[in-house]
Design a protein around this ligand. Structure first.
Ligand code: HOZ
Length: 425
C-alpha cells in the first residue's frame, strides 16, 4: 500500500526538482524516499502517516530547546499579531544585536540576514573589503552554504552526492578559493607561504559537522589563529552549527579562540529563517551604509524571527545549567553508542563534541575529509533505514550530524539506544 509520504513524494517530484527543497532530505543516499513531516513537538516529529519518531535532526540544529518550545511559540504568536514584515528598523533587532554582542565576546557589531548561506557570503565579502585582498582558504569537507565561491570541495549534500563542485559555478567565482585539509596546519601554511599577502581570510567550521562531526585536534584552531595574525588575514568561524549549541558562546568559547568574524544560522532564531554575521567593530564598520561593503535585505531582522530568537537566546542565557545537562546527556549517549558498536565487534568510529555527534561506519579514525570518506555508506544506509522504520529519525546521510536537544530526556535517549542495540547486537 502506498503511504501518504510516498504519495506526496510522487506529486512533489513533478513540481519540485527531486521532490525536495534541499537535496539531503531527498533520502536518496540511503536508497529511500522522504518522510513528509506534519508536525513536531519536544523531541518528536510526526509524519503524514502519523508515524512518530524521536528526532535527531532538529531542523539541522536550531531546536536546542526541543520543537514547539512554549515560550518561543508564544513570542512568535504575539509578534504575528503586530504584522509579519515591515522592511524597516525595529526595537527587537536592536535587542537582538545587543544580546548577541553580550553573549559572544568576539562580536562587537552584528548584522542579521536570513540564512547561514547569506551570513557566510556576507562575512567573506566583509573580509575581502576590510583586508583589500581576494583569496580565501576553506577546508575540504567543510560546508558553508551554497554561494558560488564556497561550493568548492564542500561537505554536506555535495559530499554525499560525491561531486567535488557544483555545475553552474563559473570558474572565475572559485579562482580565489583555496582548499586546505582539516586538522592539517601544514596544508594551510603552504598556501600562506605561496601567496600569504593575497589571502583575506580563513573560514572554518570550528567543529566540522558537514562531513559528519569531526572535532578540531588540539592546536589546530590555535594554529589557524596564529597564522592569520602573522599574515594579517582574518579568521572566520562558521558557527552555523556550533553557535549557541556547544555553549552560550559557541565553539569559540568552548575552545577559547577568538575569531575576527563569526557566522550564525537558524539557531539564533529558534529555527526561523535567520542568519547573522558579526565581529570586531573596526571590521564590521566596512559594511554599508557606514563603509563600502554592500549587503542588504528586506527580510533581515524580520520581527517574527527576532521575537523567536530573542526568546530562545534569553532562555539559554538564563539557564546555563541546560548546557550542562545537554552535554552530560550527550557524553553518556555517545559513549553508549561506542560501547554498542564495540560489543558488536564493529570497528566503527563515534565522534562527538557536546550535543552533536556522528557514528561513522569505518574502522579509520575520522579526522578529515579523506578519512570520513572511507565510511561504508551502504552499511550506513541499511542502519539508517532500520532506525527510521523503528521510530528514530536520523539525518539520512552518513556525512551529517546527530543533534540532541533539551527535550531528549534520558528515557528518550535510552529508548534510542535500545533500538540501536536491537540492530547491532
Ligand atoms: N545543509 C543541511 C545539512 N548540513 C541540510 C539542509 C536541509 O536539507 O534542510
Amino acid at each position: 500500500m502506498t503511504t501518504n509520504s510516498e504519495r506526496l513524494f510522487q506529486e512533489a517530484v513533478k513540481v519540485i526538482p527531486g521532490g525536495v527543497n534541499s537535496p539531503v532530505r531527498a533520502f536518496g543516499s540511503i536508497g529511500s524516499t522522504p518522510r513528509f513531516i506534519k508536525c513536531a513537538n519536544g523531541a518528536y516529529i510526526y509524519d503524514e502517516d502519523d508515524n512518530k519518531y524521536i528526532d535527531y535532526v532538529g531542523s539541522w540544529g536550531p531546536m536546542i530547546l526541543g520543537h514547539n518550545q512554549k515560550a518561543v511559540l508564544e513570542a512568535v504568536t504575539e509578534a504575528c499579531k503586530m504584522g509579519l514584515s515591515y522592511g524597516a528598523a525595529t526595537a527587537a533587532e536592536v535587542e537582538m544585536a545587543k544580546l548577541v554582542c553580550e553573549l559572544v565576546p568576539s562580536i562587537e557589531m552584528v548584522r542579521m540576514v536570513n540564512s547561514g548561506t547569506e551570513a557566510v557570503m556576507s562575512a567573506i565579502r566583509v573580509a575581502r573589503g576590510y583586508t583589500q585582498r581576494n583569496k580565501i582558504i576553506k577546508f575540504t569537507g567543510c560546508y558553508h552554504g551554497h554561494s558560488d565561491g564556497l561550493l568548492v570541495k564542500a561537505g554536506s549534500g555535495v559530499m554525499t552526492a560525491g561531486v567535488p563542485d557544483s555545475l553552474g559555478v563559473p570558474a572565475g567565482c572559485t579562482q580565489d578559493t583555496l582548499s586546505a585539509v582539516y586538522n592539517d596546519l601544514e596544508s594551510v601554511k603552504e598556501h600562506f607561504k605561496r601567496c600569504g599577502e593575497e589571502i583575506a581570510a580563513i573560514i572554518v567550521e570550528p567543529v566540522a559537522a558537514n562531513m559528519g562531526v569531526v572535532p578540531p585536534e588540539p592546536g589546530f584552531l590555535e594554529g589557524l589563529r596564529s597564522i592569520c595574525d602573522e599574515y594579517g588575514a582574518l579568521l572566520i568561524f562558521d558557527e552555523v552549527i556550533t553557535g549557541f549549541r556547544l555553549g552560550i558562546d559557541g565553539a569559540q568559547g568552548y575552545y577559547g579562540i577568538k575569531p575576527d568574524l563569526t557566522t550564525f544560522g537558524k539557531i539564533i532564531s529558534g529555527g526561523m529563517p535567520v542568519g547573522a554575521y558579526g565581529g570586531r567593530r573596526e571590521i564590521m564598520e566596512v559594511v554599508s551604509p557606514v563603509g563600502g561593503v554592500y549587503q542588504a535585505g528586506t527580510l533581515s531582522g524580520n520581527p517574527i524571527a527576532m521575537a523567536a530568537g530573542l526568546t530562545q537566546l534569553t532562555i539559554l542565557k538564563e539557564h546555563p545549567e541546560y548546557y550542562k545537562t545537554l552535554n552530560e546527556n550527550a557524553e553518556w549517549f555517545f559513549g553508549e553508542i561506542e560501547k554498542t558498536v564495540a560489543e558488536a565487534g564493529l570497528p566503527y568510529q563515534v565522534n562527538h563534541v557536546g550535543s552533536i555527534g556522528s557514528l561513522f561506519f569505518t574502522g579509520e579514525k575520522v579526522r578529515d575529509y579523506d578519512s570520513a570518506k572511507t565510511s561504508d555508506t551502504k552499511a550506513f544506509a541499511e542502519y539508517c533505514n532500520y532506525m527510521l522504520n523503528h521510530g528514530i529519525y536520523l539525518a539520512p546521510a552518513q556525512f551529517e550530524a546527530m543533534f540532541l536537544s533539551m527535550a531528549h530526556s534520558k528515557e528518550i535517549l535510552e529508548e534510542t539506544l535500545q533500538t540501536m542495540k536491537q540492530y547491532f547486537l
